[in-house]
Design a protein around this ligand. Structure first.
Ligand code: SF4
Length: 357
C-alpha cells in the first residue's frame, strides 16, 4: 500500500503552476494539518502495510517540519511500515540547509525529490524561482549529506533557454552530482503558462531535436526510461510511482484526493468547506466502484506510460491502427508487449487515444 500526503503550501507561486496551492499563512497551515491528522485517524478501511509514503503537491518543506514529523508518527502508529519503506520528501533548493538535511534524515525520510527546473537565471526569474547560485550551493549540501536516493526535476521548453541549453544543464548536473540517480523531465504543459512565453521559447522543431538528444544522453548514461518522464539508474526507480502505475491499492489524504482499495475508489470532496465538514463528522468517503472495463482501461493507460502494454490487453485495442503505427515505426511489438518507439514518445497521448477501442 502507498500513502500520498498533499501539502498544498508554497512560499511563492510559480507562473506555470496548475496545482491548488496556498501561501504560507500560519493559520491556514495549522487548520490544514489539524484536519489532515483527523482524516488519517478516521481512516478505517482494510489495509496492508505501507510500502511507500510521498509528501508532495505544493512544497512540503516550506512548512515547519514538525507538521510533517507528526504525520509520519501518526502513520507509523496507524499502519505497519514495510521493512524497505520508501519515504519521499519533495523540496525546493531553497529549503535545503545542513540542519534540515540532518532533521529529515533522522525522521525516516530516505528519498529527496528536488525541483530544479532550470539553471538559467533569466528563466528562473521569469518563473519566480530561486537563482542558479542558490541551487548549486544547496546541491552541494545535498551531495555531502547521507541521502543516497535523490531525484531532480527538470522542466523542458521554458522561456529564455537557448537551443541545447537544457541538454547542457542536464549534462552539467549529472557530471558534477553523481549522487543523483533519478531524473524527471517534464514538458511545460500547454494550457497554463503566460502566452507571452510563446515568443521567448525555442521553436517546436528545435525543441523536438533537443528532446530526442536529452533522451539519448540519459540512455547512454545508464538512466533507464522506466516511464514517459522518468529516468533512473537501475534500482533507483521511484517505488511510489511504480506502485501507482501498477494499479495497486493506494491511499491519498487531503482535499480532492482519492484512494483506491480493492477496485473501489474513495473520493474526498474538492471543496474546502465540505471537506472539513466531512472530516469533522467522520462521514464515509464518496465511493465509486470500478467495473472490469474501467479497470482494464486504467491499466492500459498506466502501462503505456511505462512504455508497454501486455498481450492480454491487445483485444481491447484497434488492431488495424496498431498495424499502421507499426508500419510507421511508431509502435513495435517486442516480447509479447506493445511498445512505443523512441521517436514517438512525445506523441504517446495521440497514439493511445487512436488505438483504444
Ligand atoms: S512549487 Fe509547485 S506547487 Fe508550488 S507554486 Fe510552484 S509549481 Fe506550484
Amino acid at each position: 500500500m502507498q500513502a500520498y500526503i498533499h501539502v498544498p503550501f508554497c512560499s511563492s507561486r510559480c507562473k506555470y503552476c496548475r496545482f491548488a496551492s496556498s501561501n504560507l499563512d500560519t493559520r491556514n497551515i495549522k487548520v490544514y494539518f489539524k484536519y489532515l491528522e483527523r482524516e488519517i485517524n478516521n481512516f478505517n478501511l482494510k489495509t496492508e502495510k505501507l510500502n511507500t509514503i510521498y509528501f508532495g503537491w505544493g512544497t512540503p518543506t516550506s512548512v515547519d517540519f514538525s507538521y510533517i514529523k507528526n504525520i509520519l508518527v501518526l502513520l507509523k502508529n496507524k499502519f505497519w511500515f514495510s521493512k524497505n519503506i520508501e519515504i519521499t520528501l519533495e523540496t525546493t533548493p531553497q529549503n535545503i540547509t545542513e540542519n534540515n538535511l540532518i532533521l529529515w534524515q533522522k525522521s525516516w525520510i530516505n528519498r529527496i525529490s528536488m525541483w530544479l527546473q532550470s539553471l538559467n537565471n533569466n528563466t528562473l526569474k521569469e518563473i519566480w524561482r530561486e537563482n542558479k547560485e542558490v541551487i548549486l550551493n544547496n546541491l552541494n549540501l545535498l551531495k555531502k549529506s547521507k541521502f543516497k536516493n535523490i531525484n531532480i526535476d527538470f522542466i523542458l521548453w521554458l522561456p529564455h533557454e537557448k537551443p541545447w541549453e537544457k541538454l547542457n544543464q542536464i549534462k552539467f548536473i549529472l557530471k558534477n552530482y553523481k549522487k543523483i540517480k533519478h531524473i524527471s523531465v517534464y514538458m511545460l504543459e500547454n494550457y497554463n503558462y503566460p502566452k507571452s512565453w510563446d515568443n521567448i521559447r525555442l521553436s517546436e522543431d528545435d525543441f523536438n531535436s533537443e528532446y530526442n538528444e536529452i533522451n539519448l544522453y540519459l540512455k547512454q548514461n545508464d538512466f533507464d526510461r522506466y516511464e514517459l518522464s522518468n529516468f533512473a539508474i537501475k534500482n533507483y526507480e521511484c517505488k511510489h510511482n511504480i506502485w501507482y502505475w501498477e494499479h495497486k491499492n493506494y491511499i491519498w489524504f487531503w482535499l480532492g484526493s482519492h484512494s483506491f482499495i480493492d477496485n473501489t475508489r474513495f473520493n474526498n470532496s474538492d471543496n474546502f468547506k465540505e471537506y472539513y465538514q466531512n472530516i469533522s463528522e467522520n462521514l464515509e468517503k464518496n465511493k465509486e466502484f470500478l467495473t472490469k472495463n474501467n479497470i482494464i482501461l486504467e491499466k492500459i493507460l498506466f502501462q503505456i506510460r511505462g512504455n508497454w502494454i501486455e498481450k492480454k490487453y491487445f483485444k481491447y485495442l484497434d488492431e488495424e491502427k496498431i498495424d499502421n503505427f507499426i508500419k510507421l515505426n511508431m509502435l513495435k511489438i517486442s516480447r509479447n508487449k506493445l511498445k512505443i518507439t523512441e521517436k514517438s514518445f512525445s506523441l504517446v497521448d495521440y497514439i493511445l487515444w487512436e488505438i483504444i477501442l
